[in-house]
Design a binder for this molecule. Structure first.
Ligand code: LLP
Length: 471
């Protein structure tokens, strides 16, 4: 017997969720800003891209990442048009597969990769090399050689060792590499807050304040095989306003002007990085790309005017803000457990068939998500619930707090919105879980673009030193 059937429902809702969490006015409705644009409920069944998730799970199983193609393309286009005088690089680390890489090119964006693996996906997808930016604080010799040979559009240089490697590689290969210098502007921004300090205690880039960034520019300018395109600054993640960008842009432009004066190189470009926030729950209120574009352009043009320097060609690197809201994850409920807490309060633990292996963000960053019943409507009173996974770890939580109908049973489907960014890309095989597929939904059709891993996939990596047993 479940808790609410035993008449505990009243006690159950007395468990406190976070202060911002409200009981939904209608548990059968979606909160539109958390979902991709084509998501809707029809008789309680969640439909995305015209595909009922009940049908999708019947065909492709659960858990599954569901990617709304129209929504992804619309967000990519929204960035490209809002930032029409910028180059927009989609940050592939948020989520990358060959299909998405092709969409990015079709929508007129560029692609930011940060490893040989991501570069391989871009190459397989046929992304023109000149549309690729290559990041990383410790690119290997092999990765750099490949990037130089391919002729990627830009390599974002991150250390003095890398300058040495590129100097040698371009000489040996007889090639030229176009580079940006990753600088640390002493600004760290997260959500609504930013911290501006003089000291940068992190692994990325060259410090502006220590003079390393200027030294890097001097070194690069002296290498015939390296073309110095500009400076690059990325200040953080899930940023909701432009104040952190403003402080960073001023500092980076000051260096840009100094390099022009002291090194004699007028750099044609500047990259302001990614980090634009999205709504994971009703507490988040991200800025519209069009508004951001206006603000960032204003900051840079005013600063350039004040310094009497030409405005460099600007670029940005959004990842999360394009793919995050375009994807949701659908799970099947396996168990429902009422756990009695202090003072008779009850928390409802809803276990699903995935967990921290397909979404590590809750455990790793204390991230907030929401969830909805996706396979039917329910008139049962809602209970404050916690959606947990099936892994052997108490911290295996997908959604910390959500009001879900009190009549959930095994076999019900739950969907979690906003899982497009850094969920599949950070997925693991913990407990030998097989990573879920990515199923694209569009105009009523579902198609797998990344297939589900199988146990055979996992066993293929296992070097078994014993001979196979004879029957
Ligand atoms: N450009 C650079 C140089 C970056 O390092 C990043 C993210 C981006 C662009 C894209 O940022 P976005 O627009 O997606 O926020 N795993 C963490 C996020 C790590 C972000 C790393 N760099 C998470 O799940 O929140």
């Amino acid at each position: 017997m479940r808790a609410h059937e035993a008449g505990w429902a009243h006690a159950a809702v007395s468990v406190r969720g976070p202060a911002w969490l409200r009981e939904p006015a209608d548990a059968n409705a979606l909160v539109p800003q958390l979902w991709s644009s084509t998501a809707r409920k029809v008789d309680g069944v969640l439909e995305v891209g015209g595909v009922r998730l009940t049908d999708l799970v019947a065909e492709h199983g659960s858990p599954a990442y569901v990617l709304d193609e129209a929504d992804f393309r619309a967000r990519a286009t929204a960035f490209r048009t809002a930032f029409s005088s910028f180059d927009v690089y989609y940050a592939g680390k948020a989520f990358l597969c060959t299909t998405v890489a092709r969409w990015i090119v079709e929508e007129g964006l560029f692609l930011d990769v940060c490893s040989g693996g991501e570069l391989a996906v871009a190459v397989r997808a046929g992304v023109p090399a000149e549309r690729i930016g290559f990041h990383g604080n410790n690119k290997t010799e092999a990765e750099l050689a490949e990037a130089v040979q391919l002729g990627v559009g830009r390599i974002i240089v991150d250390s003095f060792h890398e300058i040495e490697r590129l100097t040698r590689l371009t000489r040996e290969l007889g090639r030229t590499a176009r580079v940006l210098i990753r600088v640390t502007a002493g600004v760290e921004a997260h959500t609504h807050e930013y911290i501006a300090t003089a000291h940068e205690d992190q692994k990325f880039g060259f410090s502006i304040s220590s003079g390393d960034a200027l030294d890097a520019a001097r070194l690069i300018a002296a290498v015939p095989g390296l073309e110095l395109l500009g400076l690059h600054s990325h200040i953080g993640s899930q940023i909701f306003d432009s104040s952190g960008f403003e402080v960073a842009a001023r500092r980076v432009l000051a260096l840009h002007a100094q390099i022009s004066d002291e090194v004699g190189v007028v750099m044609p470009e500047m990259d302001l990085g990614g980090g634009f926030g999205i709504a994971y729950t009703t507490q988040d209120d991200p800025t519209d790309p069009a508004q951001l574009a206006i603000e960032l352009t204003k900051i840079v043009t005013e600063e350039c005017r004040a310094r009497e320097i030409a405005v460099p060609r600007l670029s940005i690197e959004p990842g999360r803000a394009i793919v995050g809201p375009a994807m949701c994850t659908v799970y099947e409920v396996g168990t429902v457990k009422a756990v009695e807490l202090d003072a008779g309060a009850v928390r409802t633990y809803v276990s699903v068939d995935g967990g921290m292996s397909d979404n590590i963000r809750t455990a790793l960053y204390d991230a907030d998500y929401s969830a909805t019943l996706a396979s039917r409507s329910s008139d049962a009173p809602v209970l404050l619930s916690r959606v947990v996974g099936k892994h052997c770890e108490a911290g295996d939580i997908v959604v910390k707090d959500e009001f879900l109908p009190g009549d959930l049973v095994p076999g019900d489907l739950l969907a979690v919105p906003g899982t497009g960014a850094y969920c599949r890309s950070m997925a693991s095989n913990y407990n030998h879980a097989t990573r879920p597929p990515v199923v694209v939904v569009s105009a009523g059709v579902a198609r797998v673009v990344v297939r589900r891993e199988t146990v055979d996939d996992l066993l293929r990596l296992d070097v078994d030193e014993l001979q196979p047993m004879e029957d």
